[in-house]
Write a protein that binds this ligand. Structure first.
Ligand code: FES
Length: 100
C-alpha cells in the first residue's frame, strides 16, 4: 500500500515489530515504518477492541499509541525509528508504571 519515494535516503535501521524484524529507512517515524511494513494494526481500542493504525501522522488523533522498547502509550508518529527498537502492539488502555 505504501512505498518509499524513488530518491529516499538509503541508510536503514532494523526494528522489531511484534515478532518480525524489518529494515526501514533511518529517520522516519515509527508510524511511517509500520505503514511501510504493511502491519495491519498498532493497537486495539479499550472500549470495542477494534484495531487502529496511524491516522493523522502529526500527534493529534492518538490512534498510533504503541509500546516502544517496553514503554506503553507512545505516539508512534512522534518517535523516530532507532536501531534495534522494539515495537509492540498495545491492547486496550495501557497502565503507566510509576518511576521510583
Ligand atoms: S497518527 Fe495521530 S497521533 Fe499519531
Amino acid at each position: 500500500m505504501f512505498r518509499l519515494l524513488e530518491d529516499s535516503a538509503t541508510d536503514t535501521v532494523t526494528v522489531r515489530i511484534e515478532d518480525r524484524e524489518y529494515d526501514v529507512p533511518a529517520g522516519i517515524s515509527v508510524a511511517a515504518a509500520v505503514l511501510l511494513c504493511a502491519v495491519n494494526k498498532l493497537r486495539n481500542t479499550p472500549v470495542s477492541g477494534s484495531p487502529r493504525l496511524p491516522y493523522c501522522m502529526m500527534g493529534i488523533c492518538f490512534d498510533c499509541l504503541v509500546s516502544i522498547d517496553g514503554v506503553p502509550n507512545r505516539q508512534a508518529c512522534q518517535v523516530e525509528v532507532a536501531q534495534n527498537m522494539t515495537i509492540e502492539y498495545q491492547q486496550g488502555a495501557a497502565e503507566l508504571q510509576q518511576r521510583e
